[in-house]
Design a protein around this ligand. Sequence first.
Ligand SMILES: Cc1cc2nc3c(=O)[nH]c(=O)nc-3n(C[C@H](O)[C@H](O)[C@H](O)COP(=O)(O)OP(=O)(O)OC[C@H]3O[C@@H](n4cnc5c(N)ncnc54)[C@H](O)[C@@H]3O)c2cc1C
Ligand SMILES: *[C@@H]1O[C@H](CO)[C@@H](O)[C@H](O)[C@H]1NC(C)=O
Ligand SMILES: *[C@@H]1O[C@H](CO)[C@@H](O)[C@H](O)[C@H]1NC(C)=O
Ligand SMILES: *[C@@H]1O[C@H](CO)[C@@H](O)[C@H](O)[C@H]1NC(C)=O
Ligand SMILES: *[C@@H]1O[C@H](CO)[C@@H](O)[C@H](O)[C@H]1NC(C)=O
Length: 534
Amino acid sequence: MVTKLLLAATAMAICRLMVTVGLPLAPAELLRLGVDGNISVDASDMEAAAVDFGGTSRAEPLAVLHPASTEDVVKLVKAANGKGFTVSARGHGHSINGQAQAENGVVIEMSVRRREAEKRTSPPRPRVNERERYVDVWGGELWIEVLRAALEYGLAPKSWTDYLYLSVGGTLSNAGISGQAFNHGPQITNVHQLDVVTGRGELMTCSDKENQELFHAVLGGLGQFGIITRARIALEPAPHRVRWIRALYSNFSEFTEDQEYLISLHGEAASKKFDYVEGFVIVEEGLINNWRSSFFFSPRGHPLNISSLAPDGGVLYCLEIAKNYLQSSADTVDQEIEALMKKLNFIAGSIFSTDLSYVDFLDRVHKAELKLRSKGLWDVPHPWLNLFVPKSRIADFDRVVFKGILGNKSSGPILIYPMNRKKFDDQMSLVTPEEDIFYLVALLRSALKGGDELPTLAYLNNQNSQILEFCYGAHINIKHYLPHYGTRHEWMDHFGEKWIQFHKMKMEYDPQHVLATGQRIFPPLFRDGQVSSS
Ligand SMILES: Cc1cc2nc3c(=O)[nH]c(=O)nc-3n(C[C@H](O)[C@H](O)[C@H](O)COP(=O)(O)OP(=O)(O)OC[C@H]3O[C@@H](n4cnc5c(N)ncnc54)[C@H](O)[C@@H]3O)c2cc1C
Ligand SMILES: *[C@@H]1O[C@H](CO)[C@@H](O)[C@H](O)[C@H]1NC(C)=O
Ligand SMILES: *[C@@H]1O[C@H](CO)[C@@H](O)[C@H](O)[C@H]1NC(C)=O
Ligand SMILES: *[C@@H]1O[C@H](CO)[C@@H](O)[C@H](O)[C@H]1NC(C)=O
Ligand SMILES: *[C@@H]1O[C@H](CO)[C@@H](O)[C@H](O)[C@H]1NC(C)=O
């Protein structure tokens, strides 16, 4: 009886697809999987899965799965192994180079639009354990929803990304870094446990104590070993408010010395350090360069005069720091901040400060997104380049890249801030430079689409190549964050000593190279359901 119903439902689904969509059918096997969610070849689903935030790469999938449960993911990955197609989890599609795409495979749309999903079968909602201070979340949950769920209990995650419309599974497959990483470590070191559907289609729970090799491989593992369907994320009591401060420097070595001083305070009492330390480079003014921050420097309507503040070289550096506090300690926060600021060497009188709720602080980039969207400047090509630069060479990087190659033009925000390597876990797949302190340099630039405000993609790509050539030529041991390479040799170089383990874990957990082929690390072994000869 049940089987008959299922068959009837499947037949109806096929008819619906053929009649209403009229696109070529996905392999018939897919439609017989009987998932709790749905498998779609809808034009809008297919289009969304074919592109990403980078806006420059495209790959057409066979179909898109909207899973309603972990079981759906298991079924699909098992079928992929049996029938010979690839599968990529797609968090929120915020990759730059097609990392979540699946050419001729199935894309699993992991992210959940919570408000729309109320009435449908949908993945499990976040579950907070108040006493033990953690939250269990679906792998496709966006961080903004994790925050909302935790705040209902007065709790919040500890380590963040600057932008919250990213998925938990997507950031944990990379690292998840922001101004808290110096203190709490990246997001991958603030996870207690994961449920992972491996590339073989087996559901495994893993942690520091259970299946720990898999746990470490998956964190920073670029989606190569399994699909994260649940993550247990550490929480802390949520601060109420944030004092958000910026101060300017024209002298790069004074800027970095202060940043490094501030991140050296991580071990001290909470009152004796900042909770967030970042910074950015200012080579020109304008919305596209400072979209993360534009309101800041004109509190009284005075735009920054860069040439008067930075006469030599024309580059300014902005330290960005924040102090969290509880309503009950609002009286003492000013004194604590004053004591900390006294030790710093910013340009006298260049402090800009604002006070806002914790949520508004964490969600700050989304406001900038809305502003850019309203001007048609969000859906443009983003040739972003994220590099970890060892502390010993950051001054060379400044001299040649910020003061040279960029040619006084930024075309987007350029972040620069240091982190403590000891807050990272070397057993995990993420690779960083070997020095105790390394910087994230994030060139978050936008290319021309229609108007004439922005440089062309070719121009920015060429600049990115020049930057990389300089680093390699000068033997600066950078590591790419959110890496993207074309050849096996480059990937081996990237992972260095970790390659052997990375490869071994791939053979163990995804021997048929089913998962996340958009990363271009292990080429698909299947082509059109056949084992490829290459
Ligand atoms: C505006 C913006 C701001 C950003 N800010 C930061 C920041 O402050 N800090 C930072 O660290 N990063 C930041 N990022 C980068 C971000 O971390 C990456 O884009 C990351 O990939 C998360 O995006 P996503 O959830 O959309 O993942 P996707 O791009 O969809 O996926 C990324 C990779 O992970 C895999 N994957 C996705 N979900 C899962 C899962 N559940 N299980 C296993 N593998 C999975 C995919 O197959 C793909 O290979 C930012 C990106 C943008 C666009
Ligand atoms: C499939 O699921 C997605 C997301 O849950 C939803 O938007 C879509 O309407 C569903 N399609 C069908 C045919 O049920
Ligand atoms: C920058 O500051 C350092 C340390 O105070 C100093 O030695 C150096 O001369 C300064 N550089 C410039 C260009 O002023
Ligand atoms: C900026 O400063 C420079 C140098 O001090 C000065 O010549 C210029 O007029 C100033 N520009 C504005 C807009 O105030
Ligand atoms: C950038 O501007 C500064 C001062 O305005 C100038 O000295 C410098 O040569 C310029 N750099 C480049 C690469 O054009």
